[in-house]
Write a protein that binds this ligand. Sequence first.
Ligand code: HXC
Length: 295
Amino acid sequence: MASMFRDGLLKGKRILVTGGGTGLGKEMAEDYLRLGAEVYICGRRKQVLDDTAKELMDKHGGSVKTHSVDIRVAQAVDEMVEEIWAEGPLTGLVNNAAGNFISPTKDLSSRGFDAIAGIVFHGSFYVTHAIGTRWIRDKVPGSVISILTTWIWNGGPFTVPSAMSKAGVNIMTKSLAAEWGPYGIRLNAIAPGPFPTEGAWARLSPGQSTDGEGSREGIPMGRVGQMSELQNLATFLMADGCEYLTGQTIAIDGGGFSAGGGNFSRLSKLSDEEWDKMREMIRGANDKDKAKRSV
Ligand code: HXC
């Protein structure tokens, strides 16, 4: 699908996308680069980030820089942002990094909860705070986009740590839009419906292919999202010309939320044995990622 935007729209912008090595983060990073922004991506797996940076620069030219960081560690986040600032201030941040897996809440351990909340709830705050305080100090404006989900409005059965954490980031968006508006800092959020990616699908729809076949049910538009549609919204919110737009969370879900909520309540039908199988499949995906982190 064609881009809605003119070439060079984001020239002069410097944007950090957390979790930008894969999935939705990579897609948004690519569109920002294509439209002329200098892009930074961070994540836990250096090789994955470097491969993505090379792929995107080979395709579009420009600059994609990588930082290996676990956003659960506040000091590591601050050091990364300090290094980026040494090259000049950022103009935008996308809080995209996330962790999630489906699980009956009765079977979750406290460490399982903390693994998700550490990334989504704490990590999103650490990055926003490290960057926002520098924008305020340097008296420069900035724009933050956080990637949420429609479950922040109706609850996330079987994804409670993620739903709780993303609901927290939603209220951070609204709170800081008011608190930091006087500094010219805008915060908005996007709540995507199904945009199938490998990482999310391995943990949220194990065993289903990412072609979206299994995700159409309950979506009035009758299909999953196209990456260009998400990219267009993420670019619109980051571009000059919508300075008056702040504190908003925009769903992009083909009407799924309006039609029935779009969450995982259908999983109530699974037996304990089926859950055991799901857990095995999710663990397999996690183990593969860990192997990549250790190289
Ligand atoms: C129950 C599980 C589990 C599962 C892990 N745990 N997987 N519990 N069911 N399927 C538990 C472990 O048993 C352990 O607790 C604890 O979680 C920590 O597990 P680790 O593997 O040691 O954690 P870590 O290596 O930090 O991995 C973090 C992770 C992993 C979140 C668990 O999945 C990850 O790194 N994910 C990043 C990528 C990702 O999730 N992408 C999808 C995001 S999709 P115990 O007590 O046993 O020690 C997304 C979509 C939002 O966010 C909505 C879109 C619409």
